[in-house]
Ligand binder design. Structure first.
Ligand SMILES: Cc1cc2nc3c(=O)[nH]c(=O)nc-3n(C[C@H](O)[C@H](O)[C@H](O)COP(=O)(O)OP(=O)(O)OC[C@H]3O[C@@H](n4cnc5c(N)ncnc54)[C@H](O)[C@@H]3O)c2cc1C
Length: 490
């Protein structure tokens, strides 16, 4: 019998899990080596005193991408986890008692728009028609291209919509709505892509279609359950996993990876696919085989890092929703602190999630699980004193806007920040979610899925194609698997 080609996958994040399933299905012998003790990568789970926290992603968007993934294996999402649509999808807090809920019903969203700006519901309809058009072009086609040649994305459809690539989403939104609150709401989804709205092409307004029309969902138990489901699927397909296996060297001879080292342990392989941070993986190679210099990485716009808190409360907090965005201070000043001055913001915007509002499995009865996230410039110092300072700022702000005592209800808190991203995930400068999707960091202009210097070395994940986020990571795993199959048959 013909020997199956052996693929080693570095890391067990979403992109690696996705690739492992496709590659096992294609007939390769797949072994995943993961530094940490569980699958999921940045979708790590924290359990404490009966509380369960997602330490990374919390927004489940683009359910069609997940359906497609499981469908490719003749399985359904519900075979692996239970999904509920949130209503409201989220709310935005603009100040004391000033909340704008984004309902899971477009007619209700339009009413809210109309209340704030007469005539804006019609404008929103027009905006979403265009966003839907971009969604169909992007998510059904373009994002599945490997980014090898520009011609992959120069199609009659994209040429006709060239403006959408040259104009920023900020400018585009301003053409449709004038009210600052509505502008902020429409600019919010592209923050997932890691750059300022003024630096993100209008084409990415397909994220607004995902937001307002496809909705925000929640897997019971949290986002970690998605990774756990993909892990189970991978095991069923015959993928093997070795946890607590930090790869520390990649041995290359004549432009071919021959083995991978985890301490004294050596693994031979025919193909190496890395789903770990791209920059980190290149550090494991002999210098001559690295494709990108330190200067290259320094020039890039990275998605923000973050300061996160996971907090157990002894009672539910009033006025908070499952997802609440605190846009009650100057958005542009905070964005400038992240991307321009690269400092701590004086008055941070932050995001709060209380998953126990809609999922009774994540907190003991009568208690509340809170997750807080302040986006930060990567590379900042994150001492205990700084963490404490910002924890107090967050709680004070919630107390101020919702007129309730929050601090006395904290049972415990844990934090996670820049240095933890580095030590736990080998993340470049502690970035939280990879390389931003600016115009100059899109598609063919992103780090490549296939090494130009090493014949059997491939990359996947949020630093390569198509970009940051859980759905793009699933897609990245599929594209790279197709590429591997094309170049090195099983
Ligand atoms: C705080 C936060 C909030 C987010 N919120 C959302 C959200 O709401 N919705 C959304 O869609 N996306 C969100 N994202 C983004 C999303 O989580 C990521 O884009 C996605 O999980 C990245 O997956 P990945 O496979 O590319 O990388 P990772 O998850 O980083 O996986 C890489 C894996 O490689 C391992 N590794 C590293 N070095 C080695 C080594 N030497 N040897 C072996 N293994 C190694 C790491 O331990 C890790 O497990 C968020 C991210 C963060 C951090």
């Amino acid at each position: 019998m013909k020997r199956k080609k052996k693929i080693i996958i570095l890391g067990a994040g979403f992109s690696s899990l996705s690739a492992s399933c496709y590659l096992a299905q294609a007939g390769y012998d797949v072994l995943v080596l993961e530094k940490n003790d569980a699958a999921g990568g940045r979708a790590r789970q924290l359990k404490r005193d009966g509380f369960i926290f997602d330490m990374g992603p919390t927004f489940y968007w683009m359910p069609d991408v997940f359906e497609k993934f499981f469908g490719d294996f003749n399985r359904r999402v519900e075979d692996f986890y239970q999904l509920n649509r949130l209503s409201p999808s989220y709310q935005v807090c603009f100040g004391t008692d000033d909340y704008l809920p984004i309902e899971a019903d477009l007619a209700k969203i339009k009413n809210r728009f109309e209340e704030l700006e007469p005539g804006s519901s019609f404008k929103l309809e027009q905006f979403l028609l265009k966003a839907r058009d971009y969604y169909d072009i992007a998510v059904k086609d373009l994002v599945y291209k490997p980014g090898e040649k520009l011609t992959e994305i120069i199609t009659p459809a994209t040429i006709k919509r060239l403006n959408a690539f040259t104009r920023s989403i900020k400018k585009d939104v301003a053409r449709y709505v004038k009210h600052p609150k509505l502008q902020k709401v429409l600019e919010f989804p592209v923050l997932f892509l890691g750059a300022k709205p003024s630096n993100t092409p209008a084409f990415y307004s397909f994220m607004n279609y995902a937001d307002f029309v496809l909705g925000t969902w929640h897997p019971t138990g949290g986002m970690f359950e998605v990774a756990a489901g993909m892990y189970r699927l991978a095991m069923e397909l015959g993928v093997r996993f070795a946890f607590n296996s930090p790869v520390d060297e990649v041995v290359i001879e004549n432009h071919i990876v021959t083995k991978i080292c985890v301490g004294q342990q050596e693994y031979e392989c025919d193909v190496l696919l890395s789903g770990a941070d791209y920059h980190h993986t290149e550090q494991l190679l002999p210098v001559a085989y690295r494709q990108y210099s330190e200067a290259y990485w320094k020039r890039k716009t990275f998605a923000p890092s973050a300061l996160l808190f996971y907090v157990g409360f002894d009672q539910p907090l009033k006025d908070m929703e499952h997802h609440t965005l605190f846009f009650d201070v100057d958005f542009d000043k905070h964005a400038s602190a992240i991307y321009d001055s690269k400092q701590y913001p004086d008055e941070p915007l932050f995001y709060a999630s209380f998953p126990s509002k809609s999922d009774s499995t994540v907190a003991p009865e009568g208690k509340e699980a809170g997750i807080f996230l302040i986006p930060l410039a990567p590379g900042l110092d994150d001492s205990d004193a700084i963490r404490e300072k910002y924890f107090n700022i967050i709680l004070e702000r919630i107390e101020y806007v919702s007129k309730q005592n929050v601090r006395s209800h904290v049972l415990f808190k844990e934090s996670f920040s820049v240095s933890d991203f580095v030590s736990l995930y080998n993340s470049y400068n502690g970035n939280a979610y990879g390389l931003a999707n600016t115009l100059l960091q899109t598609h063919v202009l992103r780090p490549k899925l296939r090494s130009r210097k090493v014949k059997n070395l491939f990359f996947t994940g949020q630093l390569t194609v198509p970009g940051p986020g859980v759905p793009p990571s699933l897609i990245s795993g599929k594209i790279v698997s197709d590429l591997i199959t094309k170049h090195i048959a099983p």
